[in-house]
Design a protein around this ligand. Structure first.
Ligand code: PMP
Length: 371
């Protein structure tokens, strides 16, 4: 009784009771291949330019930053034009602390009580959390056995659930699957029929790693005002620690996100770091090319060992099938290689590392799985 008085109950929202925070284990091991980071640290030149930009920003830290981060939006629009050939107005670009926050803004603006967010599993495990945190109902349709999305299944799910937000990861995490443009268009067309409207987010966190010939949904923006394409500097740019995600959409959609953001959500330091890194995009994109080649070689090697491997357009590979995947994961960890136990039963996911890291992973896997 006394203890209860000393420690009154916290009015935790019922749907949060007993929940643990999301996150992969952060362990101190030699080879970190578990959260799809870019294995290459910024070069000395990039580090020097970031440091100089941060020093300049530091001189003005007594002031709040540019709330609308106009210079950064212009730089991001230029980068997207170079990367995908799609020229956008800076007002069509939004940014936040990682694409996680971008997606939260989308759900804050377009989800909410009485509304539904829809995606197709297996997919990124944060999606249901954005829904939960904004009191949006969550529905997960199914992908096919090869992790593709059947346009008819997607159309039927949209007609049935009338979501106000559809989240499509392409390339998908944890499977690596990219969606063909025709599938995205089918989803956009079905979403356009939802009474009250429906925003379709194509989450291209891994977009830069797509294979040649795979289009970006950015190409569909001009025709589809209810489309938003989300990107991040965490993967291809090798800037996960800076926390910069961004989104491209019609100005009207971006303006809705501006209403729900916290004032000054993107610090002056973050803006300075992002802009300094963007000035080096050519160098960073060359690295992306070599990671793509490493990825394709890894897929071939795993298949050569008789394993099942999902097609990948990302900087990671989902492979299996293992009767006891936890034992394989643990065996790799015991050998200093941390990968991710994620996805449907029997599968494991490994991020593409440096050549040396991939070699360490292969050696460990050969031992642990007796390949
Ligand atoms: N989308 C997908 C599909 C992801 O895999 C991730 C990161 N794992 C994110 C979004 C979020 O990345 P960030 O917040 O670092 O931009």
């Amino acid at each position: 009784m006394t203890a209860d008085l000393a420690r009154p109950a916290l009015p935790l929202r019922p749907e949060l009771v007993g929940l643990e925070p999301y996150g992969a284990p952060q362990l101190d091991v030699p080879h970190l291949l578990n959260v799809n980071e870019n294995p290459y640290a910024p070069s000395d030149q990039v580090v020097a330019d970031i440091a100089a930009a941060v020093a300049r920003a530091a001189r003005g830290l007594n002031r709040y930053p540019d709330r609308d981060f106009e210079a950064l939006r212009a730089d991001l629009a230029d980068y997207l034009a170079t990367e995908s050939g799609v020229r956008l107005d800076p007002g069509q670009v939004w940014a936040a602390n990682g694409s996680n926050e971008i997606m939260l803004h989308v759900l804050q603006a377009f989800g909410g009580p009485g509304r539904t967010a829809l995606s197709f599993a297996p997919t990124y495990s944060m999606y249901p959390e954005y829904a939960r945190d904004t009191s949006t109902s969550w529905v997960a349709g199914r992908r096919e056995d090869d992790f593709s999305l059947d346009p008819d299944v997607a159309r039927a799910a949209i007609a049935e659930h009338a979501p106000s937000v559809v989240l499509l990861a392409s390339p998908n995490n944890p499977t690596g699957t990219a969606l063909p443009a025709a599938t995205v268009v089918a989803v956009l067309d079905a979403a356009a029929q939802v009474p009250g409207g429906c925003v379709v987010v194509v989450d291209e966190a891994y977009g830069e790693f797509r294979r040649r010939g795979v289009p970006s949904a950015l190409e569909l923006l001009a025709e589809h005002p209810h489309l938003a394409v989300s990107r991040t500097m965490s993967k291809a740019f090798g800037l996960a620690g800076a926390r910069v995600g961004y989104l491209a959409a019609a100005t009207q959609l971006v303006d809705a996100l501006r209403v729900v953001r916290l004032p000054y959500h993107l610090s002056a330091v973050t803006q300075a770091v992002a802009r300094a890194a963007l000035a080096h995009s050519a160098e960073l994109m060359a690295q992306v090319g070599s990671l793509r080649d490493e990825r394709d070689a890894l897929v071939d090697w795993l298949r050569g060992k008789g394993l099942t491997v999902a097609e990948s357009d990302a900087n990671f590979v989902l492979f299996g099938m293992f009767d006891d995947r936890h034992a394989i994961w643990q065996g790799l960890l015991d050998r200093g290689v941390l990968i991710r136990e994620v996805g449907p039963q029997g599968w494991l996911r490994v991020s593409v590392g440096t050549r040396q890291e991939t070699a360490a992973f292969k050696d460990a896997l050969v031992e642990v799985a007796s390949l």
